[in-house]
Design a protein around this ligand. Structure first.
Ligand code: UDP
Length: 328
């Protein structure tokens, strides 16, 4: 059985779906602080916080866990700047608790949710995995620290791990059963689609004076189902004896904020009011992955390499989510 921490969250829930589809048995551990019970597709569910060592050990005692995927974490960069203590406690101590429980129960295989935030300001584009790591926020530092801890656990205790550095996860399950559901929403694509739906008066563009072709920020948007697939491949790779490693997950192509808004207009056929605002502190101009290593070593091949089909899945999900709330 595979333990998925944070399996009620956005990327975790999509990964659970892919794991089940690949024939794995899955148990989810999530405290539901930001995840949703409705997104958990396995019947095996433990509601617990990763800071709770007793609950973690109880889960390992109860289920025949052979590997772990660790998503449970706090994920907001600005929040981590305002309240670093909480981020170090949940993301760092929570992970240490998990690793110690794994050690106690003889489980040594882990796939970890890392982030492109470990790189800081890019020195070159696209960004390869051996790019210098100078995270600019406590959030990014917690991810880098866990990567380093995993390396120590591999060396000392024989753990094998894959750390996956995500670029911008976006989109939703094309079947519409689960999807991106953050409260409040902070990410560009759902924000733009909420404006298309009339749930927001306008979209604010954070900076129009970057050194990019249209002056707005460029990001590498990777579909959450492709991301989820990469986790299944990483697990298979480790279970087949693959060596521990770090992999970027992005499609290797960037889209600007204006391009994203334009694609959203096309997909929704609706007006999307826009206001141009100042840069958001800490945002680099361009973040684009070099995903070659994941493609070559894990055999990963993203399906969603264009923005339009990705936005279509996000739009379908948002329509479903909003009709659900207007009915209840
Ligand atoms: N962005 C924006 N307006 C918004 C939200 C985001 O202009 O309301 C921009 C942001 O500055 C960045 C891109 O959209 O260039 C993606 O931002 P998001 O917060 O989705 O992800 P990030 O790259 O910050 O992790």
């Amino acid at each position: 059985m595979i333990l998925v921490t944070g399996g009620a969250g956005y990327i975790g829930s999509h990964t659970v779906k892919e794991l089940l589809r690949a024939g794995y048995e899955v148990v989810v551990l999530d405290d539901l602080s930001s995840g949703h019970r409705e997104l958990v597709l396995t019947e095996h569910f433990v509601q617990a916080d990763v800071r709770d060592r007793k609950a973690l050990r109880a889960a390992f005692r109860r289920y025949p866990i052979r590997a772990v995927m660790h998503f449970a974490a706090l994920t907001s960069v600005p929040e981590s700047v305002a309240d670093p203590g909480r981020y170090y406690e949940v993301n760092l101590l929570g992970t240490l608790n998990l690793l110690e429980a794994m050690r106690e129960f003889g489980v040594k295989t882990i796939v970890f949710s890392s982030s492109a935030a470990v790189y800081g300001d890019p020195q070159k584009i696209p960004i390869p995995e051996d790019h210098p790591t100078r995270p600019k926020s406590p959030y990014g530092r917690t991810k880098l620290m866990v990567e380093e801890i995993l390396c120590d656990y591999a060396r000392a205790y024989g753990f094998s791990y894959v750390s996956l550095r995500y670029f911008n996860a976006a989109g939703s399950d094309p079947a519409g059963r689960i999807g991106e559901w953050h409260e409040p929403e902070r990410h560009l694509i759902p924000i733009v689609l909420e404006a298309a739906l009339g749930k927001r008066p306008y979209v604010e563009i954070f900076g129009t004076d970057y050194e990019t072709p249209d002056g707005t920020g460029v990001r590498d948007y990777i579909h959450v189902v492709d991301l989820a697939q990469a986790h299944v491949l990483a697990l298979r790779y480790l279970e087949a004896g693959g060596k521990s490693g770090i992999y970027n997950l992005g499609i290797g192509r960037g889209y600007s904020v204006r391009e994203v808004i334009e694609v959203c207009r096309k997909v929704t056929g609706r007006e999307i009011p826009v206001r141009e605002g100042p840069r958001r502190p800490g945002d680099p101009a361009v973040l684009v992955a070099d995903p070659t290593r994941a493609q070559e070593e894990l055999g990963w091949k993203p399906v969603y390499t264009a923005l339009e089909p990705l936005v279509e899945t996000a739009w379908r999900w948002l329509l479903r989510l909003s009709s659900r709330f207007s009915q209840s």
